[in-house]
Ligand binder design. Structure first.
Ligand SMILES: Cc1cc2nc3c(=O)[nH]c(=O)nc-3n(C[C@H](O)[C@H](O)[C@H](O)COP(=O)(O)OP(=O)(O)OC[C@H]3O[C@@H](n4cnc5c(N)ncnc54)[C@H](O)[C@@H]3O)c2cc1C
Length: 344
């Protein structure tokens, strides 16, 4: 068995090093060296541990093709959880150093403080963290990140993006689409009650605001893909960030759009925010955009004078179409930031 030297470079230019044997995957080897990289499923399904290998040879093991596009693969893109080195490697990470945890992922107790139906098959779930051993119950995370929620006794753990921002009261807010026959979905719909305990693993994930000067930020969300966008926009409002901002929020029918009051409040707090509601199956009375968020994005990119940073989150088909549209209109790869809600 050979051991190889792995060098990571983050988007903001920091470097980290660890060793990896050729029968070990890179994610696991990094964790053994107490370098916890953004990841979720650990089996090539979700795409959260994406990185670009710039030098060296490796094997990419079994993975879900939706989690890694062939275009990304051709230019050295890989999923660290199923990548095995054959030589020393140099790897470029598409996120800043602050997304890497040196140590171990936190696991905390929390209780449900609210469950609310906000749209058809969509629930808002709110938790409060229990104080830790130091009496601290700060909810510390970056906008765009997710937590894994574990239901004690049920043996399942699922990733959900936070829709609020870090706070001192330990509040965590999620928007969850109920998947037919899904294990977590069924538990949430049929068994979850106020006061019930959950375990929270995280924060995790690399998705988040890209500090790239004052470039416009365009957010494209389908369904509960709105959650991390709300978190990022709320942070922009808290910090009164001046970037021009647009949110394209899409649903099949007007009645499937949700969080409309929250979005109106956000537009008051962040006056430069434009919200483009996109409805595909619209009737005569619909006054917003008719079509998908990808159609609206294509139309606006064609007229754009400055190429914006594009944030994408939602169902895989929406993300693929939006990414292809952005690339066709000349948006560089590093200006397209993606979170995929793929099943674990
Ligand atoms: C990083 C990350 C963040 C996520 N954040 C959110 C979020 O904020 N809100 C949210 O609603 N979901 C989010 N998800 C998806 C979530 O983790 C679960 O996969 C989803 O809720 C289904 O879990 P379940 O236990 O109900 O279904 P499972 O028991 O896992 O699956 C049951 C069945 O439903 C199918 N299925 C599961 N998910 C989908 C899907 N998205 N589309 C179509 N079929 C599906 C499965 O293939 C399976 O056949 C996120 C996923 C990732 C990887």
């Amino acid at each position: 068995m050979n051991t190889h030297a792995i060098e990571l470079t983050t988007r903001d230019g920091n470097q980290l090093r660890f060793d990896c044997a050729d029968d070990q995957n890179l994610l696991e080897a990094a964790a053994n060296a107490h370098i916890v990289l953004p990841a979720q499923c650990g089996q090539g399904s979700c795409g959260t541990c994406y990185a670009d290998i710039t030098h060296g040879d490796f094997t990419l093991g079994k993975h879900n093709p939706s989690a890694l596009s062939s275009e990304d693969k051709e230019k050295g893109g890989t999923l660290l959880c199923c990548t095995f080195p054959h030589s020393d490697l140099r790897i470029s990470l598409p996120f800043d150093h602050d997304r890497i945890l040196i140590g171990e992922i936190k696991i905390r107790n929390a209780e449900i403080i609210a469950i609310e139906t906000v749209g058809e098959n969509t629930q808002r779930l709110e938790l409060r963290l229990a104080p830790d051993e130091d009496g601290n119950n700060v909810a510390e995370f970056e906008p765009g990140q997710f937590m894994e929620l574990e239901v004690p006794g049920l043996g399942i753990k699922r990733a959900y993006s936070l829709s609020n921002t870090g706070n001192w009261e330990g509040r965590l807010e999620f928007l969850i689409r109920l998947q037919p026959n899904g294990l977590f979905s069924t538990w949430l719909k049929e068994q979850a009650t106020i006061g019930q305990a959950l375990l929270v693993h995280g924060p995790k994930g690399a998705f988040g605001l890209y500090e790239s000067g004052l470039r416009p930020r365009w957010f494209v969300a389908g369904g509960t893909g709105l959650a991390p966008m709300l978190s990022m926009l709320r942070r922009m409002a808290e910090f009164q960030e001046p970037h021009p901002a647009r949110l394209y929020f899409g649903a099949n029918r007007a009645e499937d759009l949700f969080c409309l009051t929250e979005l109106k409040t956000l537009q008051v707090e962040l006056p430069q925010l434009q919200v483009i509601y996109c409805v595909w199956k619209s009737d005569e009375s619909w006054e917003g955009f008719r079509g998908t968020p990808v159609d609206a994005l294509a139309k606006d990119l064609a007229d754009a004078t400055v190429i914006p940073d594009i944030y994408l989150c939602g169902p895989p088909a929406l993300i693929e179409a939006a990414e292809a549209t952005a690339r066709t209109h000349g948006v560089p790869h590093k200006q397209i930031l993606i979170e995929r809600f793929l099943p674990a």
